[in-house]
Design a protein around this ligand. Structure first.
Ligand SMILES: Cc1cc2nc3c(=O)[nH]c(=O)nc-3n(C[C@H](O)[C@H](O)[C@H](O)COP(=O)(O)O)c2cc1C
Length: 224
């Protein structure tokens, strides 16, 4: 692969939120996980762990999460995702991203049932046949999260390179107790996020969604 091809792979990866039911081969998942495991980590600690669910286990997890969501259980993740309060410019971008996604899906801003159904799709894993759970030891620190993030990005890129799609999901981590109970994880493991994986549905308009990125001038400060 030449540099331009590699860079175009980075530009090509965007979240996919509709999948066909075509199964994902074990070989493709192993290749992606093995590539992901090449991620750097502080002193090579490799803190990441993943559970790969398919078939009946994937369905059991989805059903348990949907039950929690439908019951109106308040999401309670093991860690806060973001700085609070968020800087106004982050909020603006988050809102713009959400509104653009709703517009693409034809969901009116005041259509509460449609918005709820949209949120619920997180817990049916957007129809993906594979769902992974990324977990770390309870009490993991910022550096461990940094390492896990690099693993996650490697994983998503390796999936993209094989024609697969994925969507990382903090929403899923909001039901950490449900996940631990369903998958048999002890309390001393933190649920970092879920990752839905499958063959993207080429007919789904939602899969064309690419939120706008900042130009370099907005996030790079050249000093010499
Ligand atoms: C750690 C993490 C958690 C995320 N959680 C969700 C989620 O729960 N549901 C969802 O639809 N997208 C989720 N996203 C996807 C982001 O919204 C998406 O990455 C962002 O809007 C940029 O879009 P792109 O990845 O398609 O380029 C998450 C992304 C990350 C990195």
């Amino acid at each position: 692969m030449n540099p331009a091809e590699f860079l175009s792979l980075l530009h090509a990866r965007h979240c996919q939120r509709a999948f066909t039911d075509e199964p994902v081969s074990r070989g493709a998942l192993e290749a992606a996980l093995s590539a992901a495991g090449q991620a750097p980590s502080g002193k090579n600690t490799q803190p990441w762990r993943v559970i790969v669910t398919t078939g009946a286990r994937r369905d059991a997890l989805s059903n348990a999460l949907c039950a929690g969501y439908d019951a109106g259980a308040k999401p309670q993740a093991d860690y806060d995702y973001s700085l609070q309060p968020q800087p106004e410019e982050w909020m603006d971008r988050a809102r713009a991203c959400g509104y653009a996604l709703f517009e693409l899906k034809g969901i009116a801003r005041d259509d509460v049932p449609a918005r709820k159904a949209h949120g619920r799709e997180n817990f049916t894993f957007f129809g993906a046949p594979v769902h992974m759970i990324l977990h770390l030891p309870a009490g993991a620190e910022r550096g461990n999260f940094l390492d896990a993030g690099m693993f996650l990005q490697n994983l998503m890129l390796a999936l993209t390179a094989q024609g697969l799609g994925s969507c990382p999901q903090y929403s899923v981590a909001g039901y950490a107790d449900v996940i631990r109970a369903t998958l048999g994880l002890p309390a001393d493991r933190w649920i970092i996020c879920g990752l839905s994986i499958g063959h993207p549905d080429p007919a789904a308009v939602v899969n064309t969604f690419v939120p706008e990125r900042l130009p370099l001038v907005d996030f790079v400060d050249w000093q010499q």
